[in-house]
Design a protein around this ligand. Structure first.
Ligand code: SF4
Ligand code: SF4
Ligand code: FES
Length: 264
C-alpha cells in the first residue's frame, strides 16, 4: 500500500470512528486508573468526544491517540473474537470492543480500570500469565489419542458427551469470568472458571485421552470443589457460556470417581 493510500485510509478511518481533537459537541468524562506492577497509581480524567455507536474500546483508543500516547491497553480484533480487550468498566468486567458506551454511561461519565484478580503490566493491560498458567495446572490442554498420520475418526455431533463438550468450546479466553469470580479474589490457588470449563470440555471430548489426569488436576486444592456456585462467571461471560454448569459437571465427575462409580 502506498504512503498516500495509507494517509487516505487513516483519515477515512478517523471520520468513521469519530471527531478529531478540538471538536465541540457532547463529551464523555472518562476516569482512567493508571498504574503498573507496583500497584494502582493515580486516577486521571479525560474529556472524550461522544458519538453514536461508540464502544468503550473506541473511547480508550481516542484517549491514547489524541490525549495521552503513554496510556497502555490491549486489543486486537475489535470484533469479540480474540479476548484481549477486557477491562473493568464502572467496576464490572466487560469485553470493551463489544460494549457500547451508551449501555454503561452514568451521568455522562464512566471509569475504566484493568481487569480485577490479575497483576497489572501497565495502566489497563492486565498480566494474563497467571490466568493461562492455571489452564495448564487444570490439565485444560489437549491430550491427543492419535497422531497426524492416523485417519480422522468421525464424531457424532449429537452424542451427549459431544454436546456437553461443545457447550463451552466458544471460550475466547477473555478472563472476564476470572475477574468476576470472588473465589479467585479470595483464594489465589483457585484455578478459576475458564480453566475449569476448558477442563470439562476436554473431559467430554472423545478425542482427548486423559480423563483421569484431568480429574486428578481439578479435584485437589484450588480445584472445582472450591467453587461457591454463586454464578458470577456465567452472569458476566460475554459469550453467554456457562462455566458454573461446567464446574458442577466436574464436581459430579470427581465425586463419582471418589465413590468408585463410573461416568454418569
Ligand atoms: S460459580 Fe464458581 S467459578 Fe463461577 S464465579 Fe462463582 S465461585 Fe467463581
Ligand atoms: S468463559 Fe466466557 S468470560 Fe470466561 S474466558 Fe471464556 S469467554 Fe471469557
Ligand atoms: S479486541 Fe478482540 S475481543 Fe475485543
Amino acid at each position: 500500500m502506498s504512503r498516500a493510500m495509507v494517509a487516505a485510509s487513516t483519515s477515512q478511518r478517523r471520520e468513521k470512528r469519530g471527531p478529531k481533537v478540538g471538536t465541540t459537541g457532547p463529551q464523555i468524562t472518562v476516569t482512567v486508573q493508571r498504574g503498573g506492577p507496583e500497584g494502582p497509581g493515580r486516577k486521571q480524567q479525560f474529556q472524550v468526544p461522544a458519538y453514536d455507536n461508540q464502544t468503550v474500546l473506541d473511547v480508550v483508543s481516542w484517549i491514547q491517540q489524541n490525549a495521552d500516547p503513554t496510556l497502555t491497553y490491549r486489543f486486537a480484533c475489535r470484533v469479540g473474537m480474540c479476548g484481549s480487550c477486557a477491562m473493568m468498566v464502572n467496576g464490572v468486567p466487560r469485553w470493551t470492543c463489544r460494549t457500547h458506551v451508551s449501555k454503561v454511561l452514568q451521568d455522562g461519565a464512566m471509569e475504566v480500570a484493568p481487569l480485577r484478580n490479575l497483576p497489572v503490566i501497565k495502566d489497563l493491560a492486565a498480566d494474563m500469565d497467571t490466568f493461562f498458567d492455571k489452564w495448564v495446572s487444570a490439565e485444560a490442554v489437549h491430550h491427543p489419542t492419535a497422531s497426524r498420520d492416523d485417519p480422522i475418526a468421525p464424531i457424532d455431533p449429537e452424542a451427549p458427551e459431544r454436546v456437553t463438550a461443545s457447550a463451552g468450546i466458544e471460550c475466547i479466553n477473555c478472563a472476564v469470568c476470572y475477574a468476576a469470580c470472588d473465589t479467585v479474589a479470595n483464594n489465589p490457588d483457585y484455578l478459576g472458571p475458564a480453566a475449569l470449563q476448558r477442563a470439562w470440555t476436554l473431559y467430554n471430548d472423545a478425542k482427548d485421552g486423559a480423563q483421569d489426569t484431568i480429574l486428578d488436576a481439578v479435584s485437589g486444592k484450588g480445584g472445582c470443589h472450591s467453587c461457591h456456585s454463586m454464578g458470577s462467571c456465567t452472569a458476566y461471560c460475554p459469550n453467554e457460556l456457562d462455566p458454573l454448569s461446567a464446574i458442577a459437571g466436574l464436581k459430579r465427575a470427581t465425586t463419582r470417581r471418589f465413590f468408585g462409580k463410573g461416568r454418569a
